[in-house]
Design a protein around this ligand. Structure first.
Ligand SMILES: [Zn+2]
Length: 305
């Protein structure tokens, strides 16, 4: 196992968790609702009343272009396996080139919290902001992407499926701790990677969204503020639950790089190809739409790569 010695501290910022209750009608039954706020706080007024003219500082509708890069597998050599898996694989060399490209072309890596702060509090963003994220918690991300992230001191968010942690081919709990020590962020990608829009039972939906957060936070002793929808698939109920669970941002399906204030729980994403030319095209100013959503029809396979 890898021993960490590199610390940026970026991922350890203690950002207070805001449990935003009351903005939406509670979509959960009373039994589930009682588990919403572990601190049993009284419901607080909405923090971000986007359309509330009484709070002008927060009501401004803002738009910003931020490519949110999404990686799945990172391979040491040329991608192998099915065409679906190959499409979700970037080699370590190409990944390193992409990180170099960001540095050479004036991009500044920010976090989902920075983007949420931009929308909610007017925090300024650097020029050419970009977010780096990884889905599913594949161990290859730890092995082959982390060295480049460390080299450029970039903070990335690793969206993990809590039921998969430690299984063959997936990142383990000690590796997640190393990622945090290295300044990375850990986000939730649900408990078991179900398509949330297919879940009828509100308690099951809540379990996927909220329990995955509390499991990560108690095991890692770190705040978990970002959620990525499995398959990028979301609807109004899922997005409301992500907000109510206390996340600050949700990453969704649709391709593109322009986000507005109302998108903070359904952020767009860029599926990164194993191709520099397309990479440059996808993150460019026009934010060319990419063809695929996350995974397409191929779910991650626990216990195998
Ligand atoms: Zn996934």
């Amino acid at each position: 196992m890898r021993v960490s010695k590199f610390t940026t501290g970026g991922g350890l910022r203690a950002v207070g968790l805001l449990v935003i209750v009351g903005l939406f009608p509670n979509p959960f039954p009373p039994a589930a609702a009682q588990r919403i706020t572990p601190t049993a706080e009284e419901p607080k007024p909405p923090i971000t009343p986007i359309a509330d003219s009484h709070q002008p500082a927060l009501s401004e509708r803002r738009t910003v272009k931020v490519p949110i890069l999404v990686y799945h597998h990172v391979s040491q050599s040329d991608p192998e396996g099915s065409s679906a898996v190959r499409r979700l694989t970037v080699t370590a060399d190409v990944f390193a080139q992409q990180m170099q490209y960001l540095q050479d072309n004036g991009y500044h890596v920010i976090t989902f919290a920075d983007l949420a702060d931009y929308f909610e509090r007017g925090k300024e963003l650097p020029t050419l902001p970009v977010i780096i994220s990884f889905d599913d918690g594949w161990e290859t991300q730890f092995e082959y992407a982390l060295p480049s992230l460390e080299k450029y001191h970039y903070t990335a968010t690793f969206f993990v499926v809590t039921d998969y942690i430690g299984r063959a081919g997936f990142i383990s709990w000690p590796q997640l701790q190393t990622l945090l020590t290295d300044g990375m962020r850990i986000g939730s990608h649900s408990r078991s990677h179900l398509r949330l829009t297919k879940i009828k039972d509100p308690e099951k939906l809540w379990d996927q969204i909220y329990s995955s957060k509390t499991i990560l936070e108690s095991q890692l002793e770190a705040s978990v503020e970002e959620f990525a929808y499995p398959y990028g698939s979301h609807n109004a109920k899922a997005a409301a639950a992500v907000k109510q669970a206390g996340y600050r941002a949700g990453r969704g399906c649709c391709s593109g790089i322009a986000h507005t204030s109302s998108d903070v729980f359904t952020l767009k994403a860029v599926m990164v190809p194993n191709d520099m030319e397309k990479f440059v095209e996808y993150i460019g100013a026009s934010g060319v739409r990419t063809a695929r959503t996350e995974h397409g029809t191929v779910p991650p396979q626990p216990g195998s790569r």
